[in-house]
Ligand binder design. Sequence first.
Ligand SMILES: [Zn+2]
Length: 251
Amino acid sequence: MIFNTHSHINDKMSQIDEIYQDCLNNGVSDIGVCGYDLDSSKRAIKLAHINKMFHAMCGLQPQEIAKYNGDFSDFEELFQDDKCIAIGEIGLDYYYGKDDKEKQLDVFEKQVQIATKYKKTIVIHCRDAYEDTFNILNKYHQQLDGIVLHCYSGSVEMMQRFLNIGCYISLSGVVTFKNAKVAKEVAIACPINKLLVETDDPFLTPVPFRGQENKPSYVRYVIAEIASLKNMSNDEIANITYNNAKRVFHL
Ligand SMILES: [Zn+2]
């Protein structure tokens, strides 16, 4: 059993049967299908209703906030769906969006506030914005039902602060990259009961397929790398991260 906590197969609706079969063949039993705007979130919900391998995550990601019209009521309908296991991906991205920080902070905080109302775990997208992300999470973590830092790319020291407020750390194919020194340090330092695995496909394809298109079954390579870094077996990492995902998403 493998729980891939972050995938965008909702952008590949015509290939779902093939993706499902490939996941089965590779021991992947559960996938967090993550929305980034309203349409992709609706497709995530649709997939989750078709097949129990798929779990929907719905939210407005920082790179998509131009679509925000001051109203989250359409999203709130999705958040109330049984198949929506998390509000995400939401967060801050100062790598791509340095110029709209104020709006990003506003849209992020509003969605965190909504999450406290629906008792849903939140899935965080954060790039070059860990300090501001921490400050918002630190303000609300006691009212939230779970926090996942998707594709965590910060330092070990920063991770410690997030762990102290109860966050889970999700690692992607980046950990397999030869030059990803910090990601490997994070994998080693992160307590095993707080670790999750993901692909974030179609992005961030792990070694040995780096440069090609990513797919959810490649989460096996993320697991294998973490296993080797932590001196554990692939099965142990798969089982523990599976149980961690069940716990943080209340499944
Ligand atoms: Zn994503």
